[in-house]
Design a protein around this ligand. Structure first.
Ligand SMILES: O=C(O)/C=C/c1cccc(O)c1O
Ligand SMILES: [Fe+2]
Length: 314
C-alpha cells in the first residue's frame, strides 16, 4: 500500500491577522491544492504528527513522543473543541510496533491536543473528527529535546508500522518552518509562568483569552508596520530542498542549538515534517508533488505546505 504526506505550517494568527500583499490568497490556493491531493489519495487513515504548546503536554511529565489512543482538542484560538475520531486499534498497533522497533514513546488514553493538531485537520478535512486519525505528538517546544536523528528514526518506525496495516495512510505533519512566537520558557520564568508550564491544565477562559491576546497582538503589531519576528527564508528553503531530494539523513548532523540559533525556538516544529517524510521513505522512493513557501511575518511563520507520495512504478 502506498503512503502519502501533507505537511503544513500552522499559525493561530491566520484567523485574526491579515498579512500584507497576496499572502492570504497564495496560502489559500496552496491549501486548496493540498486538499485536492488528499482527496485524490483517498486515505482511510490519517496520522497527524504535531506539537503541543502547553495545552495538553506539560513539564510535570513531558514525553518526547506520544501516541494518543484517544484524544480531545482544547479548542484554542477558535479551533474546534472536542474528541478527534481516533482509530484506537490503529493507534495501539502503532504504539506496539514503534516500541518493538526500539523507539521509546508514551501512549495516552486521554491525549489533549491544541491548534497544532486541530488547525491542519480543519483546513484539510473540514473538521477535527472528519477522518479516522492516529495523533502522534512530538515535543517541539519544551526544551530539552533529543537529537533530531531520533525524530527521523521515529518516523521510520512509524512508517514500517503503517505499512504493516496495509491501508491507505496519509501522514499529516503540522508546524514550522522558521519562527519564534512569544511562547514562555521554563528557564528563568517567574513562578506563576513556571507553574503554568509545569501543570497549566484547564486555564480559566480569562487566562486563555489573555494568552491568545498576547500572541494575536504580536501579529497585529507586525501587520501595522512594526519590525517583524525573526524568520529565516534561506534556512526554510534549504529544509524544503532536503525533503524534496530525500536527503533526510542530512538533518542527523543538526544540533538543537544550531536549529534554534538559525531559525528560532519554534523551528523545532519541523521535526513533525521530518518524521512524516522518514515514514514516507519506508514505502520506497517518493516524489514531492507540491511545495509552497512564503515568509509571513504577520503570522509569525516561515509558512510552508508540501505534498508527497510514494513514486508509482513506470
Ligand atoms: O500561542 C501559541 O500557542 C502558539 C502560537 C503560534 C504562532 C505562530 C506559529 C505557531 O506555530 C504557533 O504555534
Ligand atoms: Fe506552533
Amino acid at each position: 500500500m502506498p503512503l502519502a504526506v501533507v505537511t503544513a505550517s500552522h499559525s493561530p494568527l491566520m484567523r485574526t491577522v491579515e498579512p500584507r500583499g497576496d499572502a492570504r490568497t497564495a496560502v489559500d490556493a496552496a491549501f486548496a491544492q493540498a486538499r485536492a491531493f488528499a482527496a485524490d489519495f483517498r486515505p482511510d487513515l490519517v496520522v497527524v504528527v504535531a506539537p503541543d504548546h502547553y495545552n495538553g503536554m506539560f513539564y510535570d511529565l513531558m514525553p518526547p513522543f506520544c501516541v494518543g489512543t484517544a484524544a480531545e482538542a482544547v479548542g484554542d484560538y477558535g479551533t474546534a473543541r472536542g474528541p478527534l475520531a481516533v482509530d484506537r486499534e490503529a493507534a495501539r498497533h502503532v504504539v506496539r510496533e514503534v516500541l518493538a522497533a526500539d523507539i521509546d514513546l508514551a501512549m495516552s488514553e486521554r491525549m489533549v491536543v491544541d491548534h497544532g493538531f486541530a488547525q491542519p485537520l480543519e483546513l484539510l478535512f473540514g473538521a477535527i473528527d472528519a477522518v479516522p486519525a492516529v495523533p502522534v505528538f512530538i515535543n517541539c517546544v519544551a526544551v530539552p529535546f533529543g537529537p533530531v536523528r531520533r525524530t527521523r528514526r521515529l518516523g521510520e518506525a512509524l512508517g514500517r508500522a503503517l505499512l504493516a496495516l496495509d491501508r491507505r495512510v496519509l501522514l499529516l505533519g503540522s508546524g514550522g518552518l522558521s519562527h519564534d512566537p512569544p511562547l514562555p520558557t521554563l528557564e528563568g520564568a517567574p513562578p506563576e509562568v513556571a507553574a503554568r508550564l509545569i501543570a497549566g491544565r484547564h486555564p480559566t477562559p480569562e487566562e486563555r483569552a489573555g494568552r491568545e491576546a498576547r500572541v494575536r497582538d504580536a501579529g497585529l503589531a507586525v501587520a501595522s508596520g512594526e519590525p517583524g519576528p525573526r524568520l529565516n527564508p534561506d534556512w526554510d528553503r534549504a529544509f524544503l530542498d532536503l525533503l524534496a531530494e530525500g536527503r533526510l539523513t542530512a538533518a542527523d548532523t543538526w544540533t538543537n542549538t544550531w536549529i534554534t540559533a538559525e531559525a528560532g525556538n519554534s523551528a523545532h516544529e519541523v521535526r513533525t515534517w521530518l518524521a512524516c517524510y522518514a515514514a514516507l521513505a519506508t514505502a520506497g522512493p517518493y516524489a514531492m508533488r507540491g511545495s509552497f513557501y512564503r515568509p509571513i511575518p504577520e503570522w509569525i511563520a516561515g509558512f510552508g505546505i508540501t505534498t508527497a507520495e510514494t513514486r508509482r512504478n513506470p
